[in-house]
Design a binder for this molecule. Sequence first.
Ligand SMILES: [Zn+2]
Length: 466
Amino acid sequence: MALRFYNTLTQQVELFQPLEGNTVRMYTCGPTVYNFAHIGNLRTFTFEDILRRWLIYRGYQMKHVMNITDVDDKIIRNAAAENKSLAEYTAKYTQAFLEDMAALRLQKPELMVKATEHIPEMVDAIEKLAECGFTYQSDGSIYYRIAKFPEYGKLSHNDFSGIRAGARVDMDEYDKANARDFVLWKAPKDGEVFWESEIGPGRPGWHIECSAMAMKYLGETLDIHAGGVDLIFPHHENEIAQSEAITSKPFARFWLHSEFLNVESQKMAKSAGNFYTLRDLQAEGYQPEVVRYLLASVPYRKKLNFTFDGLKAAARAIGRLRDFKLRLDTDKYPDGVNEKILERTRAALRQFEESLDDDLNTAEALAALFEFVRDANTAMDAGEFRAENTAPALDLLERFDRIFAVLEPTKVESGLSDARVDELVQERNAAKKTRNFARSDQIRQDLLDSGIILEDTKEGTRWKRK
Ligand SMILES: [Zn+2]
């Protein structure tokens, strides 16, 4: 079976291929930089990273655009409260987001673009909407007339036929009970930041930025548009209404949305005391790749119950894989090949790939890998593993890590370099040879204090980071 995704627009699983050639044109809604991203946001970005990595694995070129929302209601409110300019206020959280991305090993999209650097494109899009009669003005603001777009509701599968024409909403975010004509361009309020433009002074609403930037960089019809389920309505519904009113073409062929995340079975909320950023979890001693593993391990269309037991299990799972890799890298096996294990390795790879082709079923892909690791460890213990079984097993791990990216431990800043650890291990071996056990024990303890664990085996001493 070929690569296929569940499309929110059609509510069906569909075979995926890009519209043109081998390049996937993908747009993902980026962060609103008014705060640190929480783990619910990070789940969405991790899903998009797995999606991106899997498309690359399958041989596609990516043209992936992510926006940075650096002007909206919350940003303006918070910047004013801190007496800062928008740019000053958003720079801090933009930087924090880039750091979180790097820590979580999220590949950078080909383009990351800021809303405030695309005001002329947004003004242009609003002018086009005005020419086609999709807008009207009220008190200096410009609104989108949803009654003029009969397909409004086709993404969220809501029936809006009964709503009152002409009722308006100025907020960037609202729920479907408030489905109304939404604001494209907001008239300046006292003391608020605004831009002078051909359509009058003001600032853009949130929704127009994604339509304008997506079409500028990716053309009128995208292959994939992705985000969290919380964006389906109103944000993505409004993006469709804007873009398709301008072009009369489908805005995106595939709409992919990742589900919500709960914490210990509760809705995450600051007031409930269960609200976490990546920094919070790092401060509690969890490495970013452990968080990444947990976020990636549940298929994106399932709700994810984020628990501390789950984090500990994720750390153990990564540890098992690292131990297995270390065994493959350092143990010596008798020459030859065990055909049964070789076939087992091939079957695991097949299952891994088929699972990810199946709408990114990460849970099944991981199950395939871990069943193989268990069987291979059993074969090693029984002396059945052979030297020529090593390369295919390492290849499987390498392919797994191209997607999951957890095998390499995050370098602890104060930690020792690999070369320095090797040096100390050699010094310890020399000390043991001369029966200087006080020195060799001291080195072992010092390394342990720096998070390095030594294992003495028949083949010599090997080490790993905690
Ligand atoms: Zn967006």
